[in-house]
Ligand binder design. Structure first.
Ligand code: GLU
Length: 487
């Protein structure tokens, strides 16, 4: 195949999972690296589990991560429609072709009959594979079953395809990530490709779509390896070119179990809501199975694309280290341009009245509070004392700082002196230095002096730069708060 065409094919039965985002990214990178096309296909054949809300979430999350597709349900392309439920008229044709060539057969078994077969296998401690009971039904027998009102499903004849295209019952392929993989396909059992209600199963629809959409490389999770063997045989039975496959290791939680809600966020949109930057998220997921050649982990998607080779992707599982993501996110927050950061923090400041501040004051507030932020939502609890006339005093600040005699003396003196100060930062800086020096002469440590002022003005024992806080609040509010703290 000349042109590289890859795809991400999520099933909209939930919000876009961070693991799917990694698969999407690796496909996207592979396309970029090879001047190929990245395609989005929505696999919504399971109507019961599908919802428009999830489809929208998939679109929004991929876009937010910058993983824009060249062809897809919304942007179209030469091989549409790109939503499986709009392709239902395509699949029966190919199933018919397989029936005619003998690589598929009609199966009239009822769910009860299949259940009985399964029980029998369990009783004999054998893994269940379909018994091929319907493989050789005569036309007469089929007519009779139809007359009973039975509607057939269509099954793919694994052993027949295996025999037709391979020397033994072992099927091999060269995986882009894992190297040679093989399987004895007699263990697979003839699987249904079209259900009796006329809808295709995943393994069939995916082959037909990948074939018609001219997908050249299929990069996806290793949980699909056993499907890949089935799918290769379908391609062969249809006389189609088999694409190359690459299977990625799984993403595990730090405790090595499957990453799930109990470990924290798992959907891209959940991470975004909490205040992870999409730049950090995408950089972080790139490192789940791939490492940069120069060891420099902080990279944009474009930089990663330069360096990315699918053969370098690790074949083993990766651990989703939330701590590392946090570190990376705080790094990205530190690197953000202030105007950009100001905008991105606004959704987390809705409980405050930002109109109390000028833009300059807002800028300064963010400048002095951004340093310790791990996620954007940390800002909510970092800034309450910048708003309102009075301030809520933390019990610890009250007991350990404000209630002491030394603090009371500092505050009384502060009220006396600060009345005459100008409250711009430069002046405040000088005045506070002199103020501290004055108390130091009396044997009071500078930090003790500052604690008293901080506790009275912010209600806390630690926080942003004091000079900036006083300047932003202004003389009137500072004096009011300090006076409130004097007994
Ligand atoms: N819809 C399938 C899934 O979400 C796609 C698997 C594939 O890439 O073939 O798991």
């Amino acid at each position: 195949m000349s042109e590289v065409r890859v795809r991400i094919a999520p099933s909209p039965s939930g919000n876009l999972h961070i693991g799917t985002a990694r698969t999407a990214l690796f496909n996207y990178l592979f396309a970029k690296k090879n001047n190929g096309k990245f395609i989005l296909r929505i696999e919504d054949t399971d109507a019961e589990r599908t919802s428009q809300e999830y489809i929208d979430n998939i679109f929004d999350s991929l876009k937010a991560l910058g993983l824009n597709w060249d062809e897809g349900p919304d942007v179209g392309g030469d091989y549409g429609p790109y939503t499986q439920s709009e392709r239902f008229d395509i699949y029966p044709k190919y199933a018919q072709k397989l029936l005619e060539s003998g690589f598929a057969y009609e199966c009239f078994c009822t769910p009860e009959e299949l259940e009985a077969e399964k029980e029998e296998a369990t009783k004999n401690k054998k893994p269940y594979v379909y018994t091929k009971k319907c493989e050789n039904l005569t036309e007469e027998q089929k007519e009779k079953l139809r007359a009973e009102g039975r509607k057939p499903a269509i099954r793919f004849n694994i052993s027949k395809a295996q025999k037709a295209f391979h020397d033994s019952s072992v099927l091999k392929f060269d995986d882009l990530v894992k190297g040679e993989l093989h399987m004895d396909t007699s263990l697979l059992g003839d699987f249904v490709i079209m259900k009796s209600n006329g809808t295709p199963t995943y393994n069939f629809a995916v082959v037909i779509d990948d074939m018609l959409m001219k997908i050249s490389h299929i990069i996806r999770g290793e949980d699909h390896i056993s499907n890949t063997f089935k799918q290769i045989l379908i391609y062969e039975a249809l006389g189609a070119e088999v694409p190359r496959f690459g299977h990625l290791g799984m993403i595990l939680a730090p405790d090595r179990s499957k990453l799930s809600k109990r470990h924290g966020a798992t959907a891209v949109s959940e991470f975004v809501e909490k205040g992870y930057l999409t730049e950090a998220l995408i950089n972080f997921v790139a490192l789940l199975g791939w490492s940069p050649s120069d060891g420099q982990e902080i990279k944009t998607v474009d930089e990663i694309a330069q360096d990315f080779r699918i053969g370098d992707v690790s074949s083993s599982n990766s651990i989703f280290e939330y701590d590392k993501l946090n570190w990376m996110n705080s790094h990205y927050i530190k690197m953000l341009d202030i105007e950009d950061l100001k905008e991105r923090l606004k959704p987390y400041l809705t409980k405050y009245d930002l109109s109390e501040m000028t833009d300059a004051q807002y800028t300064r507030m963010i400048e002095v509070t951004r340093e310790p932020l791990t996620i954007l939502s940390d800002i909510t609890d970092a800034v309450p004392y910048f708003f309102g006339e009075t301030v809520e005093i933390d019990p610890k600040a009250q007991a350990e700082v404000l209630d002491t005699e030394v603090s009371q003396n500092v505050l009384k003196e502060f009220v006396k002196q600060a009345e005459g100060w100008s409250f711009d930062e430069e002046t405040l800086h000088e005045k506070l230095e002199a103020f501290r020096a004055q108390f130091k002469e009396l044997g009071i440590k500078p930090k003790v002096t500052m604690w008293a002022i901080r506790a009275a003005v912010t209600g806390r024992t630690c926080g942003a730069d004091m000079t900036a806080i006083l300047a932003i609040l202004g003389k009137e509010r500072v004096m009011k708060r300090v006076k409130n703290s004097i007994k």
